[in-house]
Design a protein around this ligand. Sequence first.
Ligand code: ZN
Ligand code: MN
Length: 475
Amino acid sequence: MALEPCIGLEVHVELDTESKMFCTCPNEFGAEPNARVCPVCLGLPGSLPAPNRKAVEYVIRTGLALNCQVAERCRFARKNYFYPDLAKNFQISQYDEPLTHDGYIEVEVSGETKRIRVRRAHLEEDTGKNIHMPDGRSLGEYNRCGVPLMEIVTEPDFTTAEQVREYLNMLRAILRYLGVSTADMEKGVMRAEPTINWIDRESGEKTPKVEIKNLNSIKSVYEAVKYELTRQHRAWDSDEELFQETRRWDENAQRTSPMRRKETADDYMYFPEPDLPPLAPEPEWVEEIRASLPELPRARARRVAAEYGLPEYDAEVLTSSRELADYYEAVAKLAPDAKVASNWVMGDMMAYLNQTGTDLAAFPVTPAELTELLELLAEGAINNPTAKDVFAKMTASGRGAREIVEAEGLQQIADTGELECLVEQAIEANPQSVEDYRGGKEKALGALVGAVMRASKGQANPRMVNELLRKKLSD
Ligand code: ZN
Ligand code: MN
């Protein structure tokens, strides 16, 4: 019997709007508890919701980017349940009439492209939070109540945890390119819940569906999916009973544990939201939004690879965010060599950003300034180790590359007479290396080159040093 994995994904994304979904409270994180609330988002009797046009636009924008159809007319629905973090005891969501539906995202895993169908991207409101105190009390924090929330649901098309991971990376990049959300999983702005089971395609037999919650990074989703697939398969093999249930991921133990047996749609008693009229986005508006879509990550990666002659890997890394891609393209357009520019952006620059925890927006070196450094390198005015040194000085001082090189006399020594002198000194001072090299040990040359580089304080032209050494040693 051949079992096949069947994985679907539900993703919730808080939208980056100024105000909340159905009221004018500011949509902002980090305010004093319960300081961003009003009768509407608290669900006080008699208050009436009014939809946020920007949030509707953001869902349409996302839907279009995910190749979805935009509904000509759709409705909000009430999802009824008692939960202390949602004071009005229902969530305004969408049920049988989502705002956008039937799209797809293509993901590439180990050279294979897989199309993941997107069932729907709809609009709803977020809940508040309960804070459980060490002394046993629980507090209600309602600032998040009513924050615009987009729900994106796929068909169960994934067959591996790697595809799920790639989908989430791609989706996050798309949402950020679109500017609709910061899509930060660590902060709970984007939340992913996979549904997992196994199916025997021949007999149609399957394991009960399990949904996993409490995942706060793409890595956890990946690990949880892997774990759960294995757990279910083992249980199936040993005829252990499995349940349709919601399980939670335990990050420390690296395993899932039962949370609650699955509720069904019937439990929510969905019905059309009586306080809101149907939503009918004007077709002209939808076309306007379509026309304003930016070039998306995959398309940009392909274009950047072709336009600048880069390896696919470089193009993917460089287009992983819109800001990074903009930065790279600004350098590549001016720099003498687009691949060298890519090496610097992906190497020294990204290392600097990671090590210092700096945002690209706050990076002190402008594309024009980085280009100046690359020009000095291409001209041969400085060598590569010096360029790294100058780069560090640029990030620390904000001074230009030429200015630093001139002020500190860092120009490369490419004067043959001067270099010959240094080479002769190195040969004299390292008789063992000379003997080794002459005896056939090619590696010994490296020690001599190193000696010359040190003597020149790193400013000698390494290629010339190499040539001069070989010439002298073969005499
Ligand atoms: Zn409010
Ligand atoms: Mn939802």
